[in-house]
Design a protein around this ligand. Structure first.
Ligand SMILES: [Zn+2]
Ligand SMILES: [Zn+2]
Length: 342
């Protein structure tokens, strides 16, 4: 079976790997769809991000869905042929953070396609994968492409949980890549009355508008795009920062009202923050990283029709054209989420 393996920056190979077999409590899944994430792109373009570097070849991918082709002993709740969204989050359930109910901080996390630990945790861009039954969420009624969006949607649901109640709130989303788009959808579904989205690409902003943003602002075209929201000490109650770019965060601070909550999702390297202004406005800065229970919620919200992710999957490529898929995924002038079809 074939797998997409990154060896170094710009060195992506399609390689043959041994066919895995499902053990007790496990299932064998024939992969159907896999979404290319920002982290996959960082490994492909730069060989890592921040202090995380590739030190050995690694199979990429963690946003996946497929059909069960075999079940191991003791698996009753899943059946052959079923479409499942596979959660890449594999905490140990036995460290102090797992016991404290924060498995996203697990000391022994084995998140697919991650070069944080060494040996690296191999990813899920492969024709077949063996997964624990507990990772697999039945995705009846969804397409494989939708099911593969459960992971980034779960990231945004986790971020929304950090923000607290969004009912009636005025929300700012900076950065309209896939995570920003999903934050727009989640904020709307959670009752936000106003969602303003910013980016520097016209294409992503148009998509954000159709995803439900009340207004979109192209920060590349204007010096002070958020000036309308500066009066009376600022306007927005909650800010989802999805760009990871310092200028986006800095420009947003004057538009946040005192006591606003800033949720940082974007990971673009370290940034200098306007701490003085944030302190004087008593802005709460909260990081948001991965998810765990939100994965099931993400599948359920798509099945229930509360969130429609289909317009966000703008491209899909066969496995053999993985290189082209990665190039497209990085092109914000025409792509939101690029998928690989296995
Ligand atoms: Zn992802
Ligand atoms: Zn743990």
């Amino acid at each position: 079976m074939k797998a997409i393996v990154v060896h170094a920056a710009r060195d992506l190979r399609i390689e043959d790997h041994d066919m895995p077999q499902a053990g007790p409590g496990q299932v064998l899944v024939r992969m159907a769809a896999g979404g290319i994430c920002g982290s996959d792109l960082h490994y492909y373009q730069h060989g890592g991000f921040g202090s995380v570097r590739l030190r050995e070849p690694m199979i990429l991918g963690h946003e996946v869905a497929g059909h069960i082709t075999a079940t191991g002993p003791g698996v009753d709740a899943l059946s052959e042929g079923q479409l499942v969204a596979i959660s890449p989050s594999r905490p140990c359930h036995d460290c102090r953070f797992c016991h404290a109910g924060t498995p996203q901080h697990c000391l022994n996390m084995r998140f697919y396609g991650s070069a944080m630990p060494y040996p690296h945790i191999q990813g899920a861009f492969r024709e077949y994968i063996v997964a624990d039954a507990a990772q697999c969420v039945p995705a009846d009624g969804l397409s494989a492409a939708e099911a593969a969006m459960a992971e980034p949607l779960a990231v945004c649901l986790h971020a929304a949980k950090q923000a607290g109640d969004l009912m009636g709130k005025r929300v700012l989303v900076t950065g309209c890549g896939p995570i920003g788009q999903l934050c727009v959808l989640v904020a709307r579904a959670a009752g936000a009355v106003e969602v303003v989205a910013t980016d520097i690409a016209a294409f992503t902003l148009a998509t954000a508008r159709s995803a439900g943003a009340s207004r979109v602002i192209n920060m590349a075209e204007t010096q002070d795009g958020l000036a309308d929201y500066h009066a009376d000490k600022g306007h927005f109650d909650v800010h989802f920062e999805c760009s990871g770019a310092a200028p986006a965060l800095v420009a947003a601070i004057p538009a946040l009202r005192p006591g606003a909550i800033l949720i940082q999702l974007g990971l673009g390297g370290d940034m200098t923050l306007p701490v003085q202004a944030m302190t004087a406005k008593e802005i709460s800065f909260r990081g948001s990283f991965r998810f765990h229970p939100e994965f099931r919620t993400a599948v359920a919200m798509m099945q229930g029709g509360q969130i429609d992710v289909t317009p966000l999957v703008t491209h899909s490529y066969p496995l053999a054209e993985a290189g082209a898929a990665f190039e497209m995924a990085a092109d914000r002038s025409q792509a939101i989420k690029a998928h690989i079809v296995f």
